[in-house]
Design a protein. Sequence first.
Length: 342
Amino acid sequence: MDHSQEIKAFATSLGFDLVKITRADTLSDAGLYYEEWLKKGLAADMEYLKKDSSKRYTPEKILPGSKSIIVLGLNYYKKEHEFREPFRIAKYAQGRDYHKVISAKLKKIGKYVEEISDTNPLSKSYVDFGPVMERAYAQKASLGFIGKNACIITREYGSYIFLAEILTTLELTPDKSTKWKGACGTCTRCIDICPTRAIKPDKTIDSNLCISYLTIENRGDIPLALRPKIGNWLFGCDLCQDICPHNVRAQPTKVQDFQSIPIGAQNISLSQILSIETDDEFTQIFAGTPIMRAKRRGLIRNACVVAGNLGLKELVPQLQKLTQSDDPMIAEHAAWAIQQMT
Ligand code: SF4
Ligand code: SF4
């Protein structure tokens, strides 16, 4: 008996905006592309992307006997910027941590899948950091197409969606593959707007240059030549999505958790960020938000770069104090920021 429609209906009832199914095939072409991308060093120092890389495109290695992948999309778009300061934070981070929100829903769907059939199917679910090439499987499932900016772009919501996937040993009916008319075509808007030239013409992103990587995953210095190009991005960057013509279809998220940032981080100023002295203080402010990922020293490093780029002279006394920090990374970025203003 095919349970595809019941599973889709259940996932939709939990708030997922898009639910598609594809077969749990090995993606050889996407795998080759991914291995090449790693070999060229374009994953920067994100070691988790390199570990067991073949798992990402070989579902059998993640869940032996897997037959189907349920690919889920959750729209997170919000128009309003929550922060009163002149810095910017990527839209996906302007709400509660999506891992927490989505994991809770995935658990319920996983349980539903395992109990729906008397064949005792197994399931494994992932959101974002899991070992699955989620955009490639989302494209295979016809949830959207991968744009030149490397985002999955959906017909219904554009690219501001979180992806999640459930691998299962249950045989389900895959969605028919879609021909994406008018996908990227000759458009190069995202390539042209990227301040650091991180998007290559072959849809490859060089993470070493991408502001999202530099301000979130990067644990070290931001290269000097790239600092001015970061402008006022404090955490992440949305430029290549905001410019995409497919995002005219973006519509406000229905998920309350994504509509506003948790209370502690609301209305925080750059000055307050520069004053955070301990990891505990950082956690008190940002707990439950994706901003935790940058950690205290990463966020202060970013705040120094933004202050330097915006020439915020009123922050010089705080920056001067930070030049005495025990952390050489913070001290150096603070000194750089002051230099930009003199
Ligand atoms: S996120 Fe920003 S820096 Fe990264 S590729 Fe897109 S426009 Fe470029
Ligand atoms: S901006 Fe243009 S090239 Fe870039 S992803 Fe969107 S449609 Fe494709």
